[in-house]
Design a protein around this ligand. Structure first.
Ligand code: ATP
Length: 434
């Protein structure tokens, strides 16, 4: 492909593709820097997305000068709060719309050893761009009044965007920061790009050197889980496997065609089994599936990618049920109580993973019925009703109340009195002295 010369100035593009609000914000940000004797640039992801004509919610600014002082001034002008991270010379502003503006001092990063957190020192924009992950993320646009819209592309990012390539900027890039191996796959898949040849060789070399084992579980989690939340997560997982990154994370050697088609079922599973917004993310459904296939030890995985105790429990149960799907799922007309008591306590992760591995529509409809109609059902009586009816509180109460619930589920419509009668009969059988 003939390389296309990058445009010098992309003001027209910015006018066309940004909202008036965003555009004015950038103009104002540039003016403010001028007033403070500094220069500010839009940098990285938002520039890439502008050139790709993709929507971008990020606003990443880089400042030649004292970025923290600039961030404070910008926050004051916008009347928003600003959190500074002095060690990294960065600050983040929280907009009332829920968006964020990230401001960083143009800086270089020195890695003491592979995978360590870098120490940073201020530099010019050019040097700042060269320390970035990939050429497509190493472009900046000036926001200064005198050359607003001027594109800075020292690393050939525009050409790589045109060619659809993800390219690292130097040979030690993946060793300096092995999370870039995972990020690279994210960009490749999200944009339908390919790893540039040498970049792919370097990635494999870094894998051979076990580079991913140098990074902290927290960083592994921070880079992996957002990728598994994307629409294209199934393809990302397949590609991570193909390159050997998944294996390096302890999540299996291969994703076969049938596995890949199960992974494709996760988004429809989430749509079919809607639940509360809060709660463990969809990423965990993918983890449950791949951990099941790879027979990953969940306790080990948990330490590898810093799962919380709750997440670990959820994964453990999900893996157990998909490994041993209950027989009730293949029954034509199971009793509702059977469905309920078999799937009781199933998390959304477990339910979606189980749904995804079932290719029988009947099994899926049972899971949906449990999820939508059964899981929150409770008997119409409680322990107090049993006591009021003369029963002696004791360990049999739990089973008696489940009997009441069984009646409610299987003998609908049932009254509270009928459920109470069933519970009392159960107690009477269990304890002849009653
Ligand atoms: P996304 O659309 O996923 O947000 P992004 O490129 O904006 O993509 P961020 O994680 O927000 O991704 O990073 C912002 C910028 O910081 C990147 O564009 C890149 O220039 C730089 N960057 C991020 N992570 C790294 C890294 N691990 N190593 C070097 N540079 C990085």
């Amino acid at each position: 492909m003939t390389p296309v010369k990058p445009p010098d100035n992309i003001t027209t593009l910015m006018e066309a593709r940004l909202s008036t609000w965003q555009y004015n914000l950038l103009r104002g940000a540039g003016q403010l820097a001028g007033e403070l004797g500094m220069r500010v640039y839009l940098v990285g992801g938002p520039v890439r997305d502008l050139l790709l004509n993709r929507p971008s919610t990020d606003c990443d600014l880089v400042v030649e000068g004292d970025g923290l002082r600039y961030a404070e001034a910008l926050a004051a002008r916008l009347n928003v709060t600003c959190t500074a991270h002095e060690r990294f010379m960065t600050a983040v502003m929280h907009l009332p719309t829920g968006g964020e503006i990230d401001v960083a001092t143009a800086r270089r990063e020195i890695y003491e050893h592979p995978g360590s957190l870098p120490t940073v020192a201020p530099v010019t924009l050019g040097k700042d761009l060269w320390r970035r992950d990939f050429s497509i993320n190493a472009m900046a646009v000036s926001l200064a009044e005198e050359d607003f819209g001027q594109l800075y592309d020292p690393c050939g990012g525009h050409g790589d965007l045109q060619a659809g390539l993800v390219r690292v900027l130097h040979d030690k890039s993946f060793l300096d920061d092995p999370t870039r191996m995972i990020r690279a796959v994210g960009f490749e898949v999200r944009f339908g790009f390919s790893l540039e040849n040498q970049t792919e060789n370097l990635l494999k070399e870094a894998l051979n050197q076990k580079a991913l084992s140098y990074i902290s579980p927290e960083r592994r989690r921070d880079v992996l889980l957002p990728l598994l939340a994307e629409q294209v997560a199934p393809t990302i997982i397949t590609r991570l496997a193909e390159l050997g990154v998944l294996a390096a994370l302890g999540l299996g050697e291969v994703v076969t065609e049938p596995m890949a088609s199960v992974l494709q079922q996760v988004p429809p599973a989430w749509a079919a089994l809607e639940g509360e917004e809060e709660g463990p993310p969809q990423a965990l459904t993918y983890l449950a599936l791949i951990a099941h296939w790879a027979r990953t030890d969940i306790a080990h995985l948990s330490t590898q990618i810093q799962l919380t105790g709750d997440e670990e429990q959820i994964l453990r149960k999900a893996v157990a049920i998909i490994g041993n799907p209950p027989a009730v799922l293949s029954m034509r007309n199971p009793k509702l109580s059977e469905l309920y008591f078999t799937l009781e306590g199933l998390s959304r992760i477990g339910a979606t993973a189980l749904w995804a591995v079932q290719d029988d529509p009947l099994a899926r409809s049972h899971i949906e019925q449990f999820w939508h109609n059964l899981r929150d059902v409770a008997a119409d009586i409680d322990g107090d009703d049993l006591v009021a009816a003369g029963a002696e509180p004791g360990p049999q109460f739990g089973a008696a109340l489940r009997e009441a619930l069984r009646v409610k589920l299987d003998e609908a419509p049932s009254t509270a009195e009928q459920q109470l009668a069933a519970a009392l009969t159960h107690l009477a059988k269990a304890d002849r002295s009653f």
